[in-house]
Design a binder for this molecule. Structure first.
Ligand code: GSH
Length: 221
């Protein structure tokens, strides 16, 4: 029997959200504990090797890194969300990792205090999204019509792209119709909607304002 699972979370973290999506999609029973990453408790620093969330406590054991947590949860709750073909599965893993860079660039774009850096990051994001568009199946999900692990990994990015569009009018998916369709399919799933606390859109806006970067001036209230 699997010991009790406890996910250590920060409400705004897209990497935690990836893990929550898999846990919810698989109907796994788990506890969630929120911490403030700006003021992390001592017990968190003691168990998180990188000082990062997500961390998944599995009984007395600790897992870190969202991709590892997603794969562990997937493996203990068959059927798997991974494609069966080893080559497709490996390619999906590579594109999941590619998505990390987009998330980091988005954070830099909305928080940078330097207008040139902000513009550079936006360009980088749009370029990476075009690369992703080029390898997408064109279906509702990345590989076609089945929801796979890669879809869980990208949903948090699309949620933030949607927040940015609602807050500023900037549509980062303007030139990527396949990604727009993918995003629409993902964001209407209940387990994706329920993978963040209700107040996350307001928190996201508050974070942009608090960081007081150049992008904050583009927000329309
Ligand atoms: N590669 C990690 C990235 C996790 C990550 O960047 N988490 C951020 C919050 S969204 C964090 O904990 N930052 C605190 C820090 O780096 O000190 C993963 O996929 O789990």
């Amino acid at each position: 029997m699997t010991p009790k699972l406890e996910l250590i979370s920060f409400k705004l973290c897209p990497f935690v959200q990836r893990a929550v999506i898999v846990l919810k999609q698989k109907n796994v029973d788990f506890d969630i504990t929120y911490i403030d990453l700006n003021n992390p408790p001592e017990w968190f620093e003691a168990i998180s090797p990188l000082g990062q969330v997500p961390v998944l406590k599995v009984g007395d054991e600790v897992l870190f890194e969202s991709a590892v947590i997603q794969e562990y949860v997937d493996e203990i709750t068959p059927p798997s969300l991974q494609p069966e073909d080893p080559l497709i599965k490996a390619k999906n893993r590579a594109w999941i990792s590619f998505g990390n860079d987009i998330l980091f660039a988005m954070h830099a774009m909305i928080t940078s205090k330097d207008g040139e850096v902000m513009a550079e990051k936006q360009k980088m994001i749009e370029h990476k999204l075009a690369q992703l568009e080029a390898v997408h199946s064109g279906g509702n999900f990345f590989n076609g019509e089945a929801f796979n692990m890669i879809d869980a990994a990208y949903a948090p990015m699309f949620m933030r792209i949607d927040f940015i569009k609602n807050l500023s009018g900037l549509d980062l998916l303007e030139h990527t119709p396949k990604l727009t369709k993918w995003s629409d399919s993902l964001l209407k799933l209940d387990f994706v909607k329920q993978s963040v606390v209700e107040e996350v859109p307001q928190m996201y806006c508050g974070m942009i304002k608090n960081m007081d970067g150049v992008f904050a001036s583009r927000l329309c209230d």
